[in-house]
Ligand binder design. Structure first.
Ligand SMILES: Cc1cc2nc3c(=O)[nH]c(=O)nc-3n(C[C@H](O)[C@H](O)[C@H](O)COP(=O)(O)O)c2cc1C
Length: 225
């Protein structure tokens, strides 16, 4: 059930990876809301170089369960989102993105001209260094993170999944013939059939540093004036 008082901070602290689900479907419009929120996630150069396939059919969910080596969540949960990275998206016409930003008053013509040229140069350099896939996967992962938090806020459980055979996942969502696309993450969403306890995190001192990696001082940091 939706808890309108659940803050982002509480959603972050409450979220757990849930592996067993009840078969109950999501309430009407909830999936659309989650997908809209996913697309609010930032992307490098606003390329929006990720897409999402919502798999809800019995056949599709069974296919994803097989692709994950038999993990229960894709089949048990009423929906699994497949986050697809689109490393070649920067080669597409971006004029619709520019038109939207112009109409919103966010970007001027002058900004668009400079931004588009700099973006293309940046992507060419990534291409040269073999990093296009990595950058598109980063963008897809941020969208997946947004969905997990938004779903938690709506009282739903989620499960991120990395353990799958990429070719099998691509077959299930109909992109078996698209070497230009990559799978970033699967996220199952639904109502939990198990309680998961917080497995804990290492203390801040172990993973947060000040100025230089390995240098303590992460706790109690104050921004410089
Ligand atoms: C990128 C990523 C991939 C993951 N892949 C799987 C997976 O394939 N199967 C699974 O059961 N859990 C998977 N997990 C969940 C982690 O095991 C889980 O996040 C971790 O144990 C911490 O638990 P928590 O999410 O409840 O805090 C994945 C998590 C992340 C971030």
């Amino acid at each position: 059930m939706t808890d309108p008082t659940l803050s982002v901070a509480t959603a972050i602290r409450n979220r757990r990876t849930v592996r067993r689900y009840r078969p109950d479907p999501l309430p009407p419009h909830t999936l659309t809301t989650l997908l809209e929120l996913a697309l609010e996630a930032p992307t490098s150069w606003n390329l929006q170089d990720r897409s999402i396939v919502a798999v809800t059919s019995d056949e599709g969910r069974k296919g994803l369960a097989r692709a994950t080596g038999g993990q229960p969540q894709p089949h048990e949960a009423p929906v699994t989102l497949v986050f697809v990275a689109e490393p070649q998206a920067w080669r597409d016409d971006q004029s619709d993105v520019h038109d939207r930003a112009r109409a919103a008053g966010a970007w001027s013509d002058e900004f668009i001209a400079g931004f588009a040229a700099a973006s293309t140069a940046f992507q060419r350099d990534l291409d040269r260094r073999g990093l296009l896939r990595e950058y598109a996967v980063k963008d897809a992962m941020i969208a997946a993170s947004f969905v997990m938090l938004a779903a938690t806020e709506l009282g739903l459980a989620t499960s991120p999944m990395n353990g799958w055979d990429e070719e099998k996942v691509k077959q299930v969502i109909g992109i078996g013939d698209r070497p230009d696309l990559a799978i970033a993450l699967l996220v199952s969403i639904g109502y939990p059939a198990e309680v998961r306890h917080h497995p804990g995190r290492r203390p801040l001192e172990r993973n947060v540093f000040h100025e230089r990696h390995g240098q303590p001082g992460g706790r109690g940091l104050r921004p410089a004036r």
